[in-house]
Design a protein around this ligand. Structure first.
Ligand code: NAP
Length: 253
């Protein structure tokens, strides 16, 4: 039995890709899971499969850029499962892929609204309850793009860089509250996001052949490790990278 038995997690961006994988893995380990994405039906389909396999899962349509919607999802999770212990702040978009000089200002702002403000919204909505409960785990899904500019990705890189700083800000402001806060960079994983990146042909990431991408299951394993109990506590506050050799060893990769 893992320490996830009986815990409850909110996973954003859970309709596909990394979020879907993490939601399934957390449920399998015994956690109740609230899955959210803009497409409520796609998340609901995953939740039904989890429930069909004996897990506890609910789903809601929710745009993380809309604070009121995020609050509703957090309330629904607490109402349905009676508690909320874990936030997997995973929802994200790669668009717009465009050089800054010709980028669409509205699309650029939308990217920040999802990748940075959306992540803030989720943290802001769960944090008071976690502080009151005396603990909780937050994993902000980060990226190497937080630290390295890539051509055509000015919005994505800026949003992820802001998110990495927000992870540090939460840690700074909430010492001794029992909170476990991490960033987690999954590396280049084989999801729909990489399909869009390959199709763009822009920058070196788009040139990585699909067979060289990291399997989603490896990133899921790393993320669940951070959520599960005290084994990862020495990594609290860090932006943990799946490609880090010492971390890979810890999770058996
Ligand atoms: P993905 O396959 O495109 O899935 C993205 C998920 O986020 C979907 O469930 C999507 O559902 C949801 N989403 C997007 N915008 C949303 C919004 N405004 N509100 C709620 N949900 C939203 O991408 P992925 O590769 O799994 O990426 C997951 C996370 O890993 C992202 O934060 C991404 O930046 C990060 N990451 C990925 C890679 C990679 O190589 N794939 C590398 C580094 C970091 P809807 O469209 O239905 O909303």
């Amino acid at each position: 039995m893992t320490s996830l038995q009986g815990k409850v997690a909110l996973v954003t961006g859970a309709s596909r890709g990394l979020g879907e994988g993490v939601a399934r893995a957390l449920a399998k380990a015994g956690a109740g899971v609230m899955l959210v994405s803009r497409s409520g039906e796609a998340s609901a389909a995953v939740a039904r499969e989890i429930a069909g396999a004996g897990g506890r899962a609910e789903a809601m349509g929710c745009d993380v850029a809309d604070y009121a919607g995020v609050e509703r999802a957090v309330s629904a999770a607490r109402q349905r499962f009676g508690r909320l212990d874990i936030l997997v702040n995973n929802a994200g978009v790669i668009e717009p892929i465009a050089e800054l000089v010709s980028s669409d200002p509205a699309a650029w702002a939308d990217s920040i609204r999802i990748n940075l403000i959306g992540a803030y919204n989720a943290v802001r909505a769960v944090l008071p309850g976690m502080v009151e409960a005396g603990g909780g785990t937050i994993v902000n899904v980060s990226s190497g793009a937080a630290y390295r500019p890539l051509e055509g990705w000015s919005a994505y890189c800026s949003g992820k860089a802001g998110l990495a700083m927000m992870t540090r800000a939460i840690v700074l402001e909430t010492p001794d509250r029992g909170l476990r806060v991490f960033g987690f960079s999954p590396g280049t994983i084989d999801t729909d996001m990489q399909v869009k990146i390959r199709a763009s042909g822009v920058n070196m990431i788009s040139q990585i052949p699909r067979e060289n991408l990291t399997p989603v299951e490896h990133a899921v394993r790393g993320l669940v490790y951070l959520c599960d109990g005290a084994a990862a506590d020495d990594l609290i506050g860090q932006d943990v990278a799946l490609r880090d050799e010492a971390f890979r060893k810890r999770i058996g990769l």
